[in-house]
Design a protein around this ligand. Structure first.
Ligand SMILES: *[C@@H]1O[C@H](CO)[C@@H](O)[C@H](O)[C@H]1NC(C)=O
Ligand SMILES: *[C@@H]1O[C@H](CO)[C@@H](O)[C@H](O)[C@H]1NC(C)=O
Ligand SMILES: *[C@@H]1O[C@H](CO)[C@@H](O)[C@H](O)[C@H]1NC(C)=O
Ligand SMILES: *[C@@H]1O[C@H](CO)[C@@H](O)[C@H](O)[C@H]1NC(C)=O
Ligand SMILES: *[C@@H]1O[C@H](CO)[C@@H](O)[C@H](O)[C@H]1NC(C)=O
Ligand SMILES: *[C@@H]1O[C@H](CO)[C@@H](O)[C@H](O)[C@H]1NC(C)=O
Ligand SMILES: *[C@@H]1O[C@H](CO)[C@@H](O)[C@H](O)[C@H]1NC(C)=O
Ligand SMILES: CC(=O)N[C@H]1CO[C@H](CO)[C@@H](O)[C@@H]1O
Length: 542
């Protein structure tokens, strides 16, 4: 067997027919190997991804996943190709094109805007790269473009997921006009169908987990404080976090390793463990052996709470059997004592509204230039009213959350009570209580529905991996003026949750489950870009 495999390797190398990776499914390691062997270059990769974006972004299925592409990307790729040849690669991300959400600042001199999808910030000049963008570059990654998103990370009003003034309505590649979820919608779609090697999103409550789960991806919502938010357009310093959205757990682990860590520009990172582990060393297909995993049913197992189609729980219960087969001990139920209180609490709204006004005003004040003159939340509300054709069009005209946040008056005793009640609900009386009571390593839930709240208010991590796809006869429902959800073939995920900074363990569990099931490969998007590396790479002269 091994001898046959070796012969095949020798043969394929000799005839120069080593298959190029399929950009729809390619792992970072496959892309990196191809770059190392000289099968293709980063310039080829950028060229291929640009063509794939062109095929599906505004043309064809018009998914509207990408807002801008990087005019400097090809030049950067050429430099990184040269550097690889002369000095070798900087990291497992060297030369890999990554798309980032449009609320993650990238230096203006490179030619891209950072706008959270809004015309209010078009042409504005950020002070420099966000810390995560800087870390990507230092690792040799290429920032290929900016992803569309639910405008202002879905904190403007009651709007359909995936819509922004600048980017229009992003839709899901797995069913025509299906909801991509949000707010990291374009990051999800881009990674899902290979418009880049991977993507970064951000989450305050659900914005990485939901679009990852709905686009057949792995998403990591890190603990607040593990990854710097410096240079990321904020909602709330207490809940915001930046994380990877990739096709495979291994890719997410590699990206997290690069973006995590201490940053003087975000003091929440000072509370994180000083040494960031290499999360790729957690990729162990036996990681679930002996793990104790709890099922907090009250958070999701009620259709009145999540609104989930009953089919989700059918598939979720099958996953429990898979986890048992992989050696996990399942404690079911393992409820959060606060589960029902959380559904009735208004504390999160108080914290987010108050934080948003303070944090956004600080972000806007620090911009080097803003051609629209928008320097405060109040200016922004007025800008939207005065530019209603761009920012408040029919069916996308709500800015009630902005108005609610503008009415807050800063930190006072009710704010602090709400903040500490949230920590109690999410942590001591929530996730940590269940972990302790049942002596657990982690919790699992289906990812769809309003399942992200406990970890959001706690600031705790979640990793979602592909779990299943809605069946052909699922009842299609409206999710916005043009979007539908659920719909046949639309993916959904399995979420692993844990205590603060337990990402390393969670990556291992998610990897073991992913490798056993390989669920992603069962997904059949209707929108598939056709360009592959073979269409780009010039034939080898040998
Ligand atoms: C983004 O900003 C740059 C200047 O920083 C500008 O040249 C470019 O045209 C802008 N992009 C779009 C799509 O407007
Ligand atoms: C970060 O600094 C601010 C003041 O600059 C302080 O109020 C806050 O408690 C600090 N947060 C952490 C997590 O250290
Ligand atoms: C949902 O239904 C269950 C069972 O009927 C009930 O116990 C629970 O309180 C309900 N939850 C909400 C948020 O209404
Ligand atoms: C905040 O949470 C606590 C604990 O559940 C609850 O008693 C309180 O009513 C909540 N406050 C608001 C404003 O919802
Ligand atoms: C705190 O401020 C909010 C508005 O931000 C207000 O609704 C609330 O009544 C205030 N609480 C106290 C105790 O003043
Ligand atoms: C869909 O089909 C399955 C079996 O093929 C059936 O069990 C289920 O009830 C159907 N669902 C709907 C909503 O019709
Ligand atoms: C607004 O949404 C409705 C459906 O909710 C749709 O019928 C209508 O065409 C939309 N209007 C515009 C201008 O998009
Ligand atoms: C990269 C890209 O295609 N960007 C487009 C995103 O959508 C807006 C609005 O339609 C276009 O103006 C951009 O060109």
């Amino acid at each position: 067997m091994a001898a046959l495999a070796l012969l095949l390797v020798v043969y394929l190398t000799l005839v120069n027919a080593w298959p190029l990776p399929d950009l729809m499914q390619a792992t970072f390691v496959e892309l990196q190997d191809g770059l190392d062997y000289g099968d293709f270059t980063s310039v080829d990769l950028v060229t291929a991804y640009f063509q794939r974006i062109q095929e599906v972004n505004l043309e064809g299925p018009a998914l509207r996943a990408v807002i801008e592409t990087n005019p400097s990307a090809l030049a950067q790729a050429a430099e990184l190709d040269w550097e690889r040849q002369v000095y070798g690669k900087r990291s497992p991300l060297h030369g890999l094109p990554i798309i980032v959400k449009d609320n993650i600042a990238t230096m203006a001199s490179e030619g891209m805007n950072t706008t959270a999808g809004s015309y209010a910030l078009l042409g504005s000049i950020v002070p420099g790269d966000s810390t995560v963008a800087e870390k990507l570059r230092r690792a040799g990654a290429i920032i290929l473009g900016k992803a569309n998103l639910s405008e202002w990370a879905h904190f403007r009003g009651n709007l359909a997921s995936g819509w922004s003034g600048r980017g229009g309505q992003c839709t899901n590649p797995y069913y025509p006009n299906a909801d991509p979820c949000g707010s990291s919608s374009g990051s999800g779609v881009s990674s899902a169908i290979g418009l880049a090697a991977g993507a970064l999103g951000s989450e305050t409550d659900g914005s990485i987990v939901c679009p990852s789960n709905q686009n057949n991806l792995v998403g990591i919502k890190p603990s607040v404080g593990l990854v710097s938010r410096s240079g990321v357009i904020p909602i709330s310093e207490h809940q915001d976090t930046v994380g990877p959205m990739t096709r495979w757990v291994a890719d997410a682990a590699a990206l997290l390793t690069v973006i995590a860590g201490w940053d003087v520009r975000d003091n929440y990172t000072l509370a994180a463990p000083a040494l960031v582990p290499d999360y790729t060393t957690a990729l162990n297909s036996k990681a679930l052996q002996g793990a104790r995993i709890g099922v907090p049913r009250l958070v999701f197992d009620q259709d009145n709470y999540t609104g989930n189609d009953p089919y989700v729980n059918v598939v979720f219960n099958e996953a429990i059997e898979t986890l048992k087969g992989l050696g996990a001990t399942i404690v079911d139920p393992a409820d959060l004592p606060s589960a029902l209180e959380i559904t009735m609490s208004n504390n999160e709204t108080i914290v987010l509204d108050t934080d948003f006004k303070i944090d956004l005003n600080r972000y806007l004040a620090n911009l080097v230039e803003v051609p629209t003159g928008v320097r405060t939340l109040a200016d922004l509300i007025l800008f939207n009213e005065q530019n209603a054709g761009l920012e408040l069009p029919t069916n996308y005209s709500d800015q009630s959350i902005f108005i609610e946040a503008e009415a807050t008056t800063g930190f006072n005793s009710s704010y602090y009570t709400a903040l500490y009640d949230d920590y109690a609900l999410g942590r001591t009386n929530g996730i940590d209580a269940a972990l302790k009571e049942y002596n657990l390593d982690a919790l699992i839930m289906p990812s769809p529905g309003y399942t992200t709240v406990p970890a959001a208010i706690a600031g705790y991590p979640i990793i979602t991996v592909p779990l299943g796809f809605y069946p052909p006869n699922v009842t299609i429902q409206s999710a916005g003026p043009v979007t539908v959800y659920p719909a046949p073939g639309v993916p959904f995920g399995l979420a692993f949750l844990g205590t603060q900074f337990s990402e390393y363990k969670l990556v291992g569990y998610a990897y073991a489950y992913e490798q056993q099931t390989m669920t992603r490969l069962q997904g059949k998007p209707y929108a598939v870009p056709q360009t592959q590396l073979a269409d780009i790479v010039s034939p080898n002269p040998n």
